[in-house]
Design a protein around this ligand. Sequence first.
Ligand SMILES: [Fe+2]
Length: 306
Amino acid sequence: MNGHSAPASVTAFRSVTLGVLDVDDSARFYEDVWYLTPVARAGGAAYFRASGDEHHTVVLRRADEPGLLRADFAAADRAAVDALYEQVARSGGRPLGAPALLDEPGDGYGFSFVDPEGRTIAVTADVQRHRDATPIENRPNKMSHLVLNATDTDATVAFYRTALGFRLRDETARMLFLGCNADHHSVAVTRMGNTSLNHVAFEVPDLNSLMRGTARVRRAGTDLEWGIGRHGPGSNIFAYFVDPNELAIEYTTNIDQVDDATYRPGTPADWKPPIPGNPDYWGFAAPPSERFERASGSLHPAAPRR
Ligand SMILES: [Fe+2]
């Protein structure tokens, strides 16, 4: 690669591996309440798919401390995996091994690395795809986005841009939004001042799915912790919950589809919510619950008050 070409880029946010206190309990929640579908069990971990074509979107693995164990991003092909491997190593990521065939459900080719704040990230290609992919009302389609709290937000954002080819799509006072395909954002990095998982968002097909899905999750005894509302950057509609491990999760839909050639990233001055202090652009949602604030790392001692 010469110095003038665009950086190699990942093409999608594929899946998350969540550390959970009890794999079976959490599996029941993600299947019966959240409406993912079990697809494999391996090495003590439970794998779930959404209704899209990704082999799996969530892996649940036992951990003493719940949190994000790994986030997987797609590359277009094996050559792109190799290019990203070189780019990650040059950008300050610590590879956990050279690109290789993967020995895990879904197979594929890829590598993992540790980012500058210690998160484990994988880049993969040629993972098996489901042939029966179809949007099903009421069920997640795919992962939408991953929101990370960072200790050094600007350094983290710079790393994801140079190492993985993310594009800055917008910046507000409290977070920066990064995209790698037409979805407005696939990753966002907050200014909470601590390294932790803020939340993971699952895309549902449409507004009816979001409303009905939210109603179903509530009927199953899981409270809505924030929403229903509409974000500024990305315009996506949101409903936030907390899973049995006190991890923050979201159903979202209608995220803006953007084109890098024409999209102009907004600045904090551009993104002032219509009702000061309320990040719901409809002004409809009450503020997030304290439980959600805690689950999303927003009540950490280092986090600024909203
Ligand atoms: Fe979100």
